[in-house]
Design a protein around this ligand. Structure first.
Ligand code: ATP
Ligand code: MG
Length: 268
């Protein structure tokens, strides 16, 4: 396990008009590790991911990539760093085949024509490298794939582009038991290849099955980020629902810090 995070965020604030959605959020993602990002509906998980992927501008805070301060002002900045996001539904085009999807917007050319042979070969190698065996033909339209296969192709697409950080927003939400297991296995394999992975999930079984660390957001604040083997299911559920669990987490359920409760004279 590496000591320097691949990506580190500090003090991230984000508001939409008068509504503050993220407050002083810190998050670290390490190479070779899966970091599960958990939190209730509306906690700010997707908003945080959109800040990381350059879709939203943050109001305050710092980004460090491989230990260096960086600016992420657009999705282009994020992909230049090697950050790829796999969204649940928007990842693929139904009417295109697997190869076309994996190279969409970044097609290989040989002179004026598309270099189909090279693209097919690279797509095949990437899927094989991830031990994906369930896809019958690379020229299959994505509309004919199962949910798990689609998710697999979306993840392989992210891997194809030499990404260093892959963020998955609820990759197993719509999947059955067997497909979920396959996708989780794939998520684990990404980390084993040295990538940093951030996995958003509501499913505690998935989180405990695959993650090395758990980061729990509560009402837009980072309640805690801990190693998975140092926390129980019940504690994670408490962090998600109350923002704290025993000594862990925020100091009261509104997210007020201890210092706020002990201002001079407050309890005299
Ligand atoms: N574009 C926006 N404009 C205004 N408010 C927004 C916008 N996007 C998100 N919000 C608000 O920010 C809060 C966090 O939303 P977000 O989508 O990040 O939550 P989430 O943790 O991903 O939830 P879920 O688990 O349901 O996906 C919510 O209260 C939401 O209403
Ligand atoms: Mg969300």
């Amino acid at each position: 396990m590496s000591a320097t995070p691949l990506l580190e965020l500090r003090g991230i604030d984000k508001s939409f008009g008068p509504v503050q959605v993220l407050r002083d959020v810190a998050l670290s993602a390490y190479p070779g590790e899966v970091t599960a990002l958990v939190g209730d509906n509306g906690a700010g998980k997707s908003t945080l991911v959109k800040c990381i992927s350059g879709i939203y501008a943050t109001d305050a805070g710092e980004f460090f990539f491989e230990g260096q301060p960086v600016q992420i002002n657009s999705p282009r900045d994020a992909s230049a760093l090697g950050i790829e996001v796999v969204y649940q539904d928007l990842a693929l085009c139904d009417n295109l085949d697997i190869v076309q999807n994996m190279f969409l917007g970044r097609e290989k050319r040989s002179g004026l024509v598309l270099d189909e042979a090279t693209m097919e070969q690279l797509a095949g190698q990437t899927l094989a490298g991830l031990s994906v065996r369930t896809v019958k033909s690379l020229r299959q339209h994505v509309s004919s794939l199962s949910g798990g296969q689609r998710q697999t192709v979306a993840i392989a697409k992210a891997v194809l582009w030499n990404s260093k950080l892959v963020i998955l927003d609820e990759p197993t939400a719509a999947l059955g038991v067997a497909q979920t297991a396959q996708v989780l296995e794939l998520v684990r394999r990404l980390a084993d290849r040295g990538l940093a992975v951030i996995l958003i999930s509501h499913n505690m079984n998935d989180v405990f099955a695959v993650s090395d660390r758990i980061a729990a957001l509560y009402l837009g604040r980072m309640a805690a980020q801990v190693k998975t083997n140092e926390i129980t299911h019940a504690q994670v559920v408490e962090l998600i629902t109350a923002g704290r669990s025993g000594q862990l987490g925020l100091r009261d359920e509104n997210g007020t810090e201890y210092a706020d409760l002990t201002t001079p004279g407050a309890d005299a």
